[in-house]
Ligand binder design. Structure first.
Ligand code: GLU
Length: 289
């Protein structure tokens, strides 16, 4: 068994991160497996070396250890680009120059006022640039624009392939066990996801799928808020011939008002509890471990 904790160094780790990291760590150790750490720093405008250093400090203080060197996504651009080129050459990805405003305008035109539907990749893309699919091929993909995945093309390509994953935790509605991913449903409820953002040259979904496979992760432990995104990850894994790990989505740690903790919740930062004299066991108790 190999699990991982994959924080983004964009703020302090809080109780929710501690719960996730400890759960992944304990799960690996009880199976005599391995716990890995990965730094998800594709967004170089938000990632900061001091937050990365704080992650190492906080996790060591909690009593966790992991093999070195730690994988950092900012070192992985060549792998992401190679996969983008492959999907482009296979005519599954297309260049998209829409801004968020363009997407919103296209979506809200017919029913004024109604909030447009969103899925696990945000607004469901109305297809404005899909005609660019005819312009894909063997030339290098355009790196100065966003690339989207044509889910309709993917559905044709993967027709008949079983898209399933095993959930050993639970989704937000208690989904657990063998979870089937319907491609037809994904076309409607997820849409043409962004594979590469114009500003980042990649995306969370593409990077996480390639990195979990590259690190041989067998069990992905993370918060329930990512349960729906797992459908995107399973689709990408099947498309790229990668194994699908077992997923374990856990409950979210909430503040006193029932709101889930965000990076901005410095009040729940581990460093703050630590400065006030809390021990790692106190943190475990606080998150119910
Ligand atoms: N980097 C992501 C986060 O901090 C983790 C994603 C994952 O575990 O798949 O939310």
């Amino acid at each position: 068994m190999r699990t991982r904790f994959a924080p983004s160094p964009t703020g302090p780790l809080h109780l929710g991160h501690a719960y996730s990291a400890l759960t992944a760590h304990d799960m690996a150790l009880s199976a005599k497996g391995e716990f890995l750490l990965r730094i998800e720093d594709i967004d170089l405008t938000r990632a900061r070396p001091e937050w990365e250093a704080a992650i190492y400090n906080d996790l060591r203080w909690l009593g966790l250890s992991w093999p070195e060197p730690v994988m950092r996504q900012s070192d992985r651009m060549p792998a992401y680009r190679a996969t983008l080129q492959q999907l482009w050459a296979e005519r599954l990805a297309f260049a998209c120059s829409c801004t968020r405003r363009d997407v919103l305008d296209a979506l809200s035109a017919p029913q004024e006022g109604a909030a447009p539907a969103t899925g696990p990749d945000g607004l469901i893309y109305p297809g404005t640039c899909r005609a660019n699919l005819s312009r894909t091929g063997t030339a290098p993909y355009p790196a100065d624009t966003a690339l989207r995945l044509s889910l309709a093309r993917v559905a044709e390509r993967l027709a008949g392939a079983p898209l399933v994953f095993t959930e050993t935790g639970a989704g937000p509605e208690g989904q657990t066990g063998r979870i089937t991913v319907s491609l037809d449903e994904a076309v409607e409820t997820i849409g043409d996801i962004v594979l590469a953002r114009r500003d980042l040259g990649t995306s969370y979904h593409l990077s996480v799928v390639l990195d979990d496979a590259a690190q041989g992760i067998t069990h992905v432990v993370r918060g329930q808020d990512l349960f729906e995104a797992t459908k995107i990850h399973v689709i990408l894994q099947r498309l790229l011939g990668l194994p699908t790990p077992i997923y374990h989505h856990h409950r979210l740690i909430r503040d006193g008002d029932g709101k889930r903790l965000a990076k901005r919740d410095d009040a729940r930062a581990l460093a703050k509890y630590r400065a006030e004299g809390a021990t790692p066991d106190d943190i475990r108790a606080m998150v119910g471990l």
